[in-house]
Each structure stands twice: as C-alpha cells, then as structure tokens.
Design a protein around this ligand. Sequence first.
Ligand code: PSU
Ligand code: MN
Length: 306
Amino acid sequence: MSLSSCLDVSAEVSAALKNGEPVVALESTIISHGMPYPENVESARTSEATIRAHGALPATVAVLNGKIKVGLSEEELVFLGQAKDIPKASRRDLPVLLAMGGNGATTVATTMIGAAMAGISLFATGGIGGVHRGAPQSFDISADLQELAKTPVAVVCAGAKSILDIGLTLEYLETFGVPVLGFGTDRFPAFYTRDSGYPVDCRVDDAQQAARVLRVKWEAGLEGGVVIANPIPQEYEMDAAYIEDVIEQALAECQRRGVRGKHITPFLLARLHEKTGNKSLSANKKLVYHNCAVAADIAVAYCKSR
Ligand code: PSU
Ligand code: MN
C-alpha cells in the first residue's frame, strides 16, 4: 500500500501546495466531538472563511471511507457535523480505519499526521490535548503530545484547558523538545482565560517572527512540531474562578460516572458547554477564529520566508 492510496488531498489544496501557496490545516474532532450541531458546522465554515480572508487556503482533515482526506467539501463538513457515530481517531486508530475503510474525526495528533503527509506546515485549532489531572495514577496523556514531539507541523491554539494539568503538560513538552511560543504574550493561555499561571518558553510578537522560528527549526533538521499559543482575545475571556469551578464539577462527574480513555475529553467539553449555558461554546468559537486568523498570517509569512 502506498501513501497515495491512503491519502486524498483535494484538488484545490494540492494545487496550492504545488505552487508554494499558504495552506492551514483544521481538525475534525472539534466538529464531531468538540461542539454540538449545528454550531459545529457553523464554526467549521467560519474557520475556513477566516483562513481565506487572511490569504491562506483551509484544509480540514478527516478520515473518510478509509482515506485520510485533506481538504473537505461543504457536504463532507455537514456530514461530519451531523453524523452521530463518527469515531474519534487518534494515531493508534488510524491503521484500523484505513484498513477497514472507516470514517474518523481527526484529533490534533492525526490532523498533524495528515497535514505532514500532504506537506502542510500550519494547523489551527482550539486547544491541544495534554497530561490529564491525575495522570501520575491514570497514565492519561494525550497522544497529541507525542505527535508534537515527532511530526513537523506548527499548531496554533489557545493553550490547553485546565481540565488538564497544565504544569505537567508543559513539562512533558519540554522533555520532548517541543518549543512553546507565546503569540503576543509571555504567559501560556488556558483556553477560556489568557493566563494559565505558567510562562511560555519564548514570546513572538508577529507572524514573521513565528514563521522565522519554524523555518529555522526545520531547516536545522530539528524534527517535530511547535506549539504557538495564542490567547483568547480579551473581550471574550471568561472569568477564571467561574470556569475553574465548572471544570471541577465536570471532572468530579467524570470520575463518578467512570468515564475513561478517549471519551474523557469529549465528555468534559460537552459538560462545560451545558453547565455554562453555552457561554463556553461561544468563547470557544471566538478563540478558534482568532487562531485561524493568526495561523493564516503565519502561513503567509512562512511561504514568503522561503
Ligand atoms: N481540547 C479542546 N477541544 C477539543 C479537543 C481537545 O479544548 O476538541 C480534542 C482535540 O481533537 C484533541 C483531542 O486532539 O480532543 C484530545 O483528546 P485526548 O485527550 O483523548 O487525546
Ligand atoms: Mn486520553
């Protein structure tokens, strides 16, 4: 089986990449498991439109009929948003889905894999997975972190939610040599809030500086990804004490119900949206659009820096 038999890059994305034009990848777990319908489809559409408005081409990634598709049609976006039975597909799920001809919503890890196969360097999302609270006992560490260690894609995100242990997540990234850049900030953001209480490794103040770090890293042969942490815009930031309280409640419920493994993150996200009366969903959408804009700006700068 060759790479081309499991990878299907849309004509538009493929032409842009051949011409050295900027492309930004988007994940599909955020569509199928991160937000409810119809907000998920609206958010996917607005994300793509934002990337185009900033001069790059969007390429949403998903597994469809046993192929990694890079660049989805409108019908495919709606399908992923409406279907109830699309499994969340991380690295370990890929070979099975490809072999069996299945469908899957790609996480940060698998979206990075698809992007790297296609030759896309920038990827925009909401938040990355990480080391879960209680991981010293549960061993629950997202495969996203190992992917960042080895796959050469830069992920623009609003940091990580404090459903995770952010301190341990940053330690893990340091151990595996993943640079964490703050975009216009010295602080690692916590998704709904602009400051997790932890610093970033390095601050970059514009798209050109970020693009330069990527160019130098990969030209120097330093494998692996980069986290570009872009805080939620001030006007959409949530109250830290309020969201922390809601997260604590959701985590307690998760434990009580014995939710495990890959179901933990989607369970917590759904609970947060319910408990905040969709305030968190609205913040989530805004920060994703902001990440799309920044990722597109960096993709444009990265192409020019060649
Ligand atoms: N965090 C969010 N929103 C999300 C996810 C994480 O704030 O939608 C999704 C992403 O697709 C991420 C995945 O890659 O959850 C991580 O899942 P796990 O913790 O099971 O690796
Ligand atoms: Mn996990």
